[in-house]
Design a protein around this ligand. Sequence first.
Ligand code: SIN
Ligand code: FE2
Length: 212
Amino acid sequence: MGDLLAFDRRDLQLDSGAALLSGFALQFDRALLDAVAAIASAAPFRHLETPGGRRMSVAMTNAGRLGWISDRRGYRYGDTDPLGGVAWPAMPALFRQLASDAAAAVGFDRFEPEACLVNRYEPGAKLSLHQDRDERNLDQPIVSVSLGVDAIFLWGGQMRGDRVRRFTLHHGDVVVWGGPARLTYHGVDTLVRAAHPLTGELRYNLTFRRAA
Ligand code: SIN
Ligand code: FE2
């Protein structure tokens, strides 16, 4: 990805290989939320346990061939939902297309995610600063779609102690990071109580990854 911005003026290059695409998913919001509801009816949201034994405040489920899970044994991807022992719900075609188009808009062609982690934030939920590094394939970018209540995205650097910048993620925004930015530390600040017409007090996030 060069220095010339190939995307919309409202969009924001966070770093080389990372951009916030304002409203990129907005036109699909209802379809995306309907798909989230369908996924959750087959594979319910649950609060996973960290390897250290803490209950995560963000509730999670997955769609796609692989799903991200955490328990006492560690973080990993699995091809079945540990709750039911069956495959995760299929990734909707709309999800795959949106993720691939967003990645391409930031210069990552032919992104074909096989995992979609679905995060659900209630007021008070947060995600501490972390790197996405449970994927075997770090050549592929991360695509992250925000729906519902606004959140503050924490965007750090390549080291845990690097300066952290804060960006508001609105309903329909998409963040893409890959290449030199693939292992950037990031997180989500404590969700403030607010209401969105389509999701009430909740925020949803779809994180697309090539895991294997
Ligand atoms: C994540 O880092 O997995 C989720 C980011 C977000 O919820 O925006
Ligand atoms: Fe992450």
